[in-house]
Design a protein around this ligand. Sequence first.
Ligand code: NAD
Length: 260
Amino acid sequence: MILEPQPSTARRFVDRVCLVTGAAGGIGSAIARRLAAEGAVVQVADLDAGAVGRVVEDLVLAGGRAVPRVFDLTDAAACAAAVDDVVNDHDRLDVVVNNAGINKRGALLDVSPEEWDLTFAVNVDAIAHLCRAALPVMVAAGRGSIVNTASQWGLHPAPGHVAYNTSKAAVVALTQGLARDYAPAGVRVNAVCPGEVWTPMLADNLARSGRTKADLDALVPYGRVGYPEEVAALVAFLASDEVPYLCGAAVEITGAQAVA
Ligand code: NAD
C-alpha cells in the first residue's frame, strides 16, 4: 500500500522563533505551515512580497503566528539586517531553515557565468550570510537548530544540472562544517536532501515536457513523488529537540529513487 503523508498533532515549537527562507515557495510554505502548526512564531522570508503576504495571511487564518520578512538573500547586508530585526522583535532566534534555492539547468557550456554565480549566491552564499548573523545569537543562547535544504543531487549529481548539483554539494559540505564547528556550542546543523517533490515548479516543468504526474510516479520505487508536507515533516523533526544527537547529517528523502 502506498501511503499519503500522515497528519501530526506534535507541538514541538511552542513560542520558538523560526526563520524560514524561500517560505513563499512550494516546499518553504509547507515548512512554514508545519512549524506554525506546531506553535512556532514563523518568520516568513522570501523575495516576493505579495507571496509572503499571502503565506502570512494563510498561517494566521489557520491560527498560527507569522511575520513577513521580505529581502533578497543575495544581499549580505540585508540578510544580516533581517536576522537583527528578528532578534530585536522577539529577543530570540531558535531555528533557521535555509530553504530557498534556484535551479539553473544545463551542462557547463549551457550555463552562463552569471547563472553560475547567481546559483551559488542564492543556494550557498546566502546560507553563510544568514548563519554568520544567526550563529552568535544561538551560541550566546547555548542552543539552536539550523536546517539547510540541499538536494539528492548534491550527493548524487544528475546529468544536465551542473551548477545546481555543485551548489547543493556545497550545501552538504557547509552543513557538515558548521555542525562540526558549532555543535560544541549546542547548535545543531543538518541538511535535507529531497528527490523529486511535487511543487508548482515541478508541475510547470512537467507540463512543458508533455509528461504527466503518473509518468514521474512510475519512476519512484515507492510509487509516487514526494509531497512538500513530507519534506516539511522531516525538516521539523531535524529542527526539533527530539533527537539532539542527530547533528551534521544530510538526510535523503527520495522514495528510494536513484538519480538517473
Ligand atoms: P520554489 O521555487 O517553489 O521556492 C523557492 C523560493 O525561494 C521562491 O519562493 C523564491 O522567491 C525564493 N527565492 C529565490 N531566490 C531568492 C532570493 N534571492 N532571495 C529570497 N528568496 C529567494 O522551489 P521549491 O521546489 O519549493 O524548492 C525549495 C528548496 O528545495 C530549494 O532549495 C530547492 O533546491 C530544494 N529542492 C527542491 C526539489 C523539488 O523537487 N522541488 C527537490 C530537491 C531540492
